[in-house]
Design a protein around this ligand. Structure first.
Ligand code: PLZ
Length: 451
């Protein structure tokens, strides 16, 4: 068997099942988990991971699973990617923390410089670093409010922005994210999204007109600080808006002094076959929020944007104990280097092409696959009752469970729970990707025709 293309932990790049999934050791951990961990923290597939690299997750029972999740779009450069391991190992031996707000260090500034350079637009930028996607989204809102002197925030149907109080308000879906957790933050308004599969294929300009109409009638530009949008929705169902939707919203924001914030927490850093999803349509956001894939698994997030907006908050107004932790910054610099050195933007496109072609062929023979969509290595299928657009969440659960049982880690998403999503690490070798697609084809061929 070939090794993973990027080195890393020496894990044979092969799927291997030696016990049922989950195996006995994993079940033992699940028992301990039930007694020790709050049950609100749920687990998708209870296998105990002991190593990971390339396209493989290894469990405590010796099973090797193919990873089509990347820990929800985080290990884009691969798990324990060699440059990340080296940089973090070096940093952990030097110093682990000072708090950037107390006594600064170079890594933080270097990450900010790199983000300012890599994110869309050639204007003067500044960055601020945080720990999680939700924390960064909150800070983008703080910055937009401070810069505009306005309070309202517009988000979209199906949006996901996090689990903190403000970001719960911004997230659309009740279960599991919001139920029982209110009251939520005020001054958050929701506009309709462009969702071609479910909105009759409205074109982007028309969908934007409808969203803007809602915003103008229900909020009013004069009180609107920011529009926050995922350029391709993640948790909401890998929804790619119709061409022209994002540029029209960005233009309206520009004309109305509203800050256009792109939440690229899930789409950023080569995932979609561009460095950022906004790049597909040449959209230049005023602020861009990043996290997940930025640091190869270490917790880091950022807000990057126009210098005049970013500098609007008073000194001391932004920060946090751990934001831009030295280990996470070392990891991020190694991630930027890996993306470049290994041509991972192109790799994401190649993976996307392979997945899309194969899944589209599957769709031809299976009317339960309503749509195949996504960009780069962020691809999904939306499952429906054959011949309709009625969401089939049961089928989606069954396919995911069958995939798991065969050693294939897949994730589901979508407001209706009927989207099967694929987010392979870009270190996934071709033969494992092909095997994963074969397994999926086999599952669709054998799973109950009438679900
Ligand atoms: N914005 C677009 O995708 C995180 C959520 C997993 P954090 N998505 C995974 C879960 O069920 O909690 C996400 C995202 C977008 C913001 C976030 C929030 O990022 O790092 O999880 O806070």
């Amino acid at each position: 068997m070939s090794q993973q293309p990027t080195g890393g932990p020496s894990i044979t790049q092969e799927r291997r099942l030696v016990t049922a999934i989950p195996g006995p050791r994993s079940l033992e951990l699940a028992e301990r988990k039930a007694k020790a961990v709050a049950s609100g923290v749920a687990v998708g597939l209870p296998v105990q991971i002991v190593a990971a690299g390339g396209g493989i997750l290894v469990d405590a029972d010796g099973n090797q699973l193919i990873d089509l999740g990347s820990g929800i779009a985080v290990t884009t450069v691969g798990n324990s990617a060699p440059r990340v391991v080296e940089a973090v190992t070096r940093q952990v031996a030097e110093f682990t923390h000072t708090c950037f707000m107390v006594t600064p260090y170079e890594g933080y500034v270097a990450v900010a410089e790199k983000l300012n350079e890599l994110t869309p637009g050639s204007h003067e930028k500044r960055s601020a670093l945080f720990n999680s996607g939700a924390e960064a989204v909150e800070n983008a809102v703080k910055i937009a409010r401070s810069a505009t002197g306005r309070q309202s925030v517009v988000v979209f149907d199906h949006a996901y922005h996090g689990r903190t109080n403000l970001t719960m308000a911004m997230t659309a879906k009740n279960m599991p994210y919001k139920k029982g957790f209110g009251p939520f933050a005020s001054e958050v308004y929701r506009a309709p999204l462009s969702y071609p599969f479910r909105d009759g294929g409205r074109d982007g300009a028309e969908a934007a007109r409808q969203a803007i109409d809602v915003i103008e009638k229900q909020v009013g530009a004069e009180s609107l600080a920011a529009i926050v949008i995922e350029p391709i929705q993640g948790e909401g169902g890998f929804i790619v808006p119709a061409d022209g939707f994002l540029p029209a919203l960005a233009a309206w924001c520009r004309d109305n002094g509203v800050v256009f914030v792109a939440d690229e927490v899930q789409t950023g850093f080569a995932r979609t076959g561009e460095l950022f999803a906004c790049d597909h349509e040449g959209v230049v956001p005023d602020l861009i929020v990043t996290a997940k894939g930025i640091a190869g698994g270490l917790p880091l997030a950022a807000v990057t944007g126009r210098a005049e907006l970013m500098d609007a908050a008073h000194a001391g107004g932004l920060g946090g104990t751990y934001g831009g932790n030295p280990l996470a910054c070392a990891a991020a610099l190694a991630v930027f280097e890996t993306i470049e050195a290994e041509g991972l933007v192109d790799r994401a496109r190649t993976i996307g092409k392979t997945m899309t072609e194969r899944l589209a062929a599957l769709q031809e023979s299976d009317p339960r696959i309503g749509e195949v969509r996504g960009r780069g290595a962020m691809i999904a299928v939306e499952l429906v009752r054959a011949g309709t657009t009625d969401p089939d969440a049961d089928l989606t659960k069954k396919v995911a469970a069958a995939a798991n049982a065969q050693g294939l880690v897949v994730l589901t998403c979508g407001t209706y729970g009927n989207v099967l999503r694929f987010l392979p690490p870009l270190s996934m070798p071709d033969h494992l990707l092909a095997e994963a697609l074969d397994l999926l084809a086999g599952i669709f061929a054998t799973i109950d025709q009438v679900s």
